[in-house]
Write a new protein. Structure first.
Length: 415
């Protein structure tokens, strides 16, 4: 691994909180960009204080939840409601290639930080904006998190849920931050496209991604069939185009994916499980017959008993040996013992400033020339304020005056 970083020289300013916007900045730091996180001088990114919700510390010496999405960034505190604080941000933008925002549009307009107010002053700037529901429509100004705009508004947590005892229907719990990360990755792709175009035509652009719109795209195959003319109904239970998860003798579960070629894989599958006669059953013999809901349900009922004959690991070894696609259903905690995750450096060991060690996950896209650089902690609130103001050319007396008026704040060095 050398010092090559493909985005070296690219600078981004991030006026974004929680996860979706910071994911864009995290992807940029992953490939070597200089990302400057701007936080309010009186109340920083609330994500700094979310660790306790996940049984993690969230103090200055150990805050892995914040570090995960803010690794390698620099941080400046500014009071954007003060003239000199706002001017400092505009000076940062003069040297920036990308401006990442997930602040609500009305607030941006009040500060003069909306795209319409900035595009003439910074014609080469890539303005990257996360929205909840898009730029137009009745919901465009609503506040949004991924729990609401990504998971709930699209119907996912309703239609992928299960009935609970007593005949009640309980929507599934929202997998928080997953929609944020997905939307942030989508916007990162748009940022890179805009940077590439700028090299050709010399002009910046506004690129956006919304939580709601991204969800509709990534869930497209789930939603398309629910149109009235097609009539797909959720929840689907066992009536699916691939067999559902099956419980094995040891209580663990396994998933089989027979998607490549039913005509080729289903006969082999029947041989491996010791039920060759199932391949001759006209209900399952060809894919068109199997996908009928009543036939899929009948096969699942049969296989429920078959899979109880072996442990999940025994089934996996059989399927792997016969090149049939499968996976054990694990738990989140299992990934930290996963050789696959560790050897590919999808997770990395990280020693926090407290001296304690933990594992963190890192972005999976890779550069062959760059290799993997060690994970770095996220910045402290206002850790680089004075450093960055000096870089912008502020004399010492001006910096001291901004500190005195609380237009900025500098975090003291860690012990």
């Amino acid at each position: 691994m050398g010092d090559y970083k493909p985005l070296s020289g690219v600078r981004a300013v991030e006026l974004a909180t929680y996860v979706a916007g910071p994911t864009v900045g995290r992807m940029l730091t992953h490939f070597g960009a200089d990302v400057i996180k701007v936080e309010d001088v009186t109340a920083g990114d609330y994500w700094r204080m979310m660790g306790a919700f996940y049984n993690m510390p969230d103090d200055e010496l150990e805050n892995p939840l914040f570090d995960q999405y803010n690794s390698g960034k620099r941080d400046i505190c500014l009071n954007l409601k003060s003239p000199d604080g706002l001017e400092a941000l505009l000076k940062l933008l003069e040297r920036a290639d990308v401006f990442i925002v997930n602040v609500r549009e009305q607030s941006l307009q009040r500060l003069g930080l909306d795209y319409g107010s900035l595009k003439e002053r910074f014609p080469r700037l890539i303005y990257a904006q996360i929205t909840g529901y898009g730029d137009t429509g009745p919901d465009k100004d609503l506040p949004a998190f991924d729990t609401s705009a990504f998971w709930a508004a699209t119907g996912f947590i309703n239609d992928i849920s299960l009935d609970v005892p007593g005949g009640l229907h309980q929507p599934a719990d929202t997998p928080a931050s997953v929609g944020d990360c997905t939307t942030g990755l989508a916007l990162y792709g748009a940022v890179m496209t805009a940077l590439y175009a700028r090299e050709r035509i010399g002009k910046g652009d506004r690129v956006t991604a919304s939580l709601f719109g991204t969800a509709l795209w990534v869930m497209g195959h789930l939603t398309l069939g629910t149109q009235e003319r097609y009539g797909r109904v959720y929840p689907r239970t066992h009536a699916t185009c691939t067999p559902p998860p099956f419980r094995c003798r040891d209580g663990n579960w396994i998933v089989i994916a027979l998607l490549t070629s039913w005509a080729r894989d289903f006969p082999r599958f029947c041989q491996v499980i010791g039920r060759p006669e199932l391949d001759e059953d006209p209900r399952f013999h060809d894919a068109l017959s199997f996908v009928r809901p009543e036939n899929a349900r009948a096969l699942a009922d049969i296989l429920d008993g078959v899979f109880l004959e072996r442990t999940a690991q025994e089934w996996k070894q059989l399927f792997d040996h016969n090149k049939l696609v499968c996976s054990l259903i694990g738990h989140f905690k299992d990934v930290f013992q996963s050789r696959q995750a560790i050897e590919n450096e999808f997770i990395q060991a990280f020693t926090t400033p407290s001296g304690n060690s933990c594992f963190v996950t890192v972005p999976s896209p890779r550069s062959q020339r760059m290799g993997m650089h060690p994970f770095r902690r996220g910045p402290l609130w206002g850790e680089h304020s004075v450093e960055l103001l000096r870089e912008l050319g502020y004399p010492e007396e001006a910096v001291e005056e901004m500190l005195r008026r609380h237009s900025t704040a500098q975090h003291p060095p860690l012990p």
